[in-house]
Write a protein that binds this ligand. Structure first.
Ligand SMILES: [Zn+2]
Length: 396
């Protein structure tokens, strides 16, 4: 037993329960439950001109597939890459919200935009996919609390304080790691504290995914309402700076908040980075000539290295159990009230096995049953935990 790591111990705990819940139909439980996914990047595909009201061949999600996956509430992430551009991030973010409103206006029977818990109840009853909006990165508010309020008025219900880039008022996980010694300061400054206060006052959920640890603890100190991590996993199971350490998970739970687990293989499987590195080394000459060809040919430029090496990437995908272990870890550490789904579908290029796209979500319900979770506990994880946080944060 000496060599067992935490992941293996969790697997054994889950295996121990096999057979206990075999009489429950996981598909029925999944479709009866309210299913919420706190993070999806499909908006980037809408911007590329894809019509997601129909079944699409690319990516992980579209309205028909979200329905097949039993999703009731889907957060669409609003994100503008932080590059030098003529147009402001605020304007571009608003255009992304426009494009979601157009999608809904054209497909009123399929989807609706919810701004509060009672909207969700009504739209779910009507059989619609409930879309909610989250802003990914504080750079979109351009150091202006009025812009934050404008986003709130358009329906934005959470904001991830930073993306990989820091703002003038909050440092990101990447910068706190990579720019050690170069940062003038870490954490929240006075304006950052005002952002926290304003979000609490408006009823916009504070999202701590992507934050540096200093910023994280500054937020925990200041917030008066539950906070979430919309798409992060567990650091103890895979040491990545985008994941949350045990004391952070405990602090989120103490606010009454939820950790929504990200599906990215790099975040969920501690062996993945090594496997990927070795696979890339094996294919180095192929990739080098592909990059050369890319420089010469226009159409090739749109193909990512991941797409070029698709078969090799498919061969190193982690098993589904690796993902389930993160749900189980948070549930065992702080209770089932503090864990949920934050897939990051369409923002990640590789997914775990048996989780090819959003239609595979019922497999999470199946595995949680196998791990011995009760129907009520699974319903909390699938969506009720999010509704509880929304109701606590929203201002009525
Ligand atoms: Zn992200």
């Amino acid at each position: 037993m000496k060599y067992l790591n935490t992941v293996q111990i969790i697997f054994i705990t889950c295996l121990f329960f096999i057979g206990f819940q075999n009489n429950i139909d996981y598909r029925k439980l999944h479709s009866d439950a309210l299913v919420v996914d706190a993070h999806n990047d499909v908006v980037q595909r809408i911007l590329e001109g894809e019509d997601i009201s129909k079944r699409t061949l690319r990516g992980h999600s579209d309205l028909p597939r979200l329905k097949d996956g039993g999703v009731d509430v889907q957060f669409f992430s609003i994100w503008v890459p932080p590059q030098k551009t003529q147009r402001s991030y605020f304007d571009q973010a608003n255009e992304q919200i426009d494009s979601i409103e157009i999608l809904i206006r054209r497909n009123p029977h399929q989807a609706a935009l919810a701004k509060n818990a009672s909207d969700i109840e009504k739209f779910v009853r009507d059989g619609k996919l409930v879309i909610m909006l989250g802003i990914e990165g504080g750079h979109h508010i351009a150091d202006d609390l009025r812009k934050l309020e404008q986003f709130y008025n358009r329906g934005v219900r959470y904001m991830t304080l930073t993306w990989n880039n820091s703002t003038s008022w909050a440092t990101s996980a990447r910068d706190e790691d990579d720019k050690i010694g170069k940062l003038k300061r870490k954490g929240l400054n006075d304006f950052g504290v005002k952002v926290i206060r304003k979000m609490n006052d408006l009823g916009m959920i504070i999202d701590v995914s992507h934050l540096g640890e200093t910023t994280f603890w500054d937020v925990v100190k200041r917030t008066t309402k539950p906070i979430i991590a919309s798409h992060s996993s567990v650091w103890s199971l895979s040491h990545n700076r985008r994941n949350l350490k045990d004391d952070q998970i405990k602090a989120i739970a103490k606010t009454g908040g939820v950790v929504f687990i990200n599906f990215l293989p790099l975040f969920i499987d501690s062996t993945y980075a090594g496997k990927e590195r070795r696979m890339r080394e094996r294919n180095k000459s192929r990739v080098d000539s592909f990059h050369l060809a890319q420089k010469r040919s226009g159409p090739l430029r749109n193909i990512s290295t991941e797409e070029f090496l698709k078969d090799e990437y498919l061969a190193i995908r982690p098993p589904l159990e690796r993902l389930i272990a993160h749900f189980d870890y948070v549930a065992k550490l702080v209770g089932v009230d503090h864990v949920g789904i934050g897939s990051d579908f369409d923002g990640i290029s590789i997914t775990p096995l048996e989780m090819d796209d959003v239609t595979y979500l019922p497999n999470i319900t199946r595995e949680l049953l196998r791990c011995g979770y009760s129907e009520n506990e699974i319903k909390k994880i699938l969506g009720e935990n999010f509704i509880r946080v929304l109701k606590e944060v929203e201002v009525r």
